[in-house]
Design a protein around this ligand. Structure first.
Ligand code: ZN
Length: 145
């Protein structure tokens, strides 16, 4: 199977079977994000513990790229420290915005993020892929200040 096709299937799988897509009964913080250009929306529900993201889930609607990226984000960041999350965000944004090489390809835990690399060929869709990440960054910033 060609890589492009494989990546499309990864995105479609997250879009059709989103992970952690639920509004929990209790949460500590809520952050809303939107991408008016495409009509993407996300609500993140978060619980923190010390300097960790203990729990994350979401509700959202929009295009497959935005929603798949958010689904991946919740799987990857739950249980991680803020420093670990910031390092992953930096790598992800580097890949999407700065033409840095894909750092996720041989990483068992993060390899789903590789599937979004092709999106950077379509500049208007980069905002879709980054929506959840920017929303999480904002929530963590608020929590830490
Ligand atoms: Zn979109």
């Amino acid at each position: 199977m060609a890589m492009d096709e494989l990546y499309r299937e990864v995105i479609l799988d997250h879009f059709e079977n989103p992970r952690n897509k639920v509004k929990p009964e209790s949460f500590e913080a809520h952050e809303h994000g939107s991408n008016p250009l495409c009509g993407d929306k996300v609500d993140l529900y978060l619980t923190f513990e010390d300097s960790k993201l203990k729990e994350i889930s979401f509700q959202g609607e929009g295009c497959s790229i935005s929603q798949a990226s958010i689904s991946m984000l919740t799987e990857i960041t739950e249980g991680k420290t803020f420093e670990e999350i910031e390092a992953i965000m930096k790598d992800f944004k580097g890949m999407m915005l700065e033409d840095q090489p894909n750092p996720f390809e041989d990483d068992d835990e993060l390899e789903d993020l590789s599937s979004l690399e092709g999106v950077k060929k379509y500049p208007v869709r980069i905002k879709c892929a980054l929506l959840g990440w920017n929303t999480l960054a904002e929530a963590i910033k608020k929590h830490r200040t």
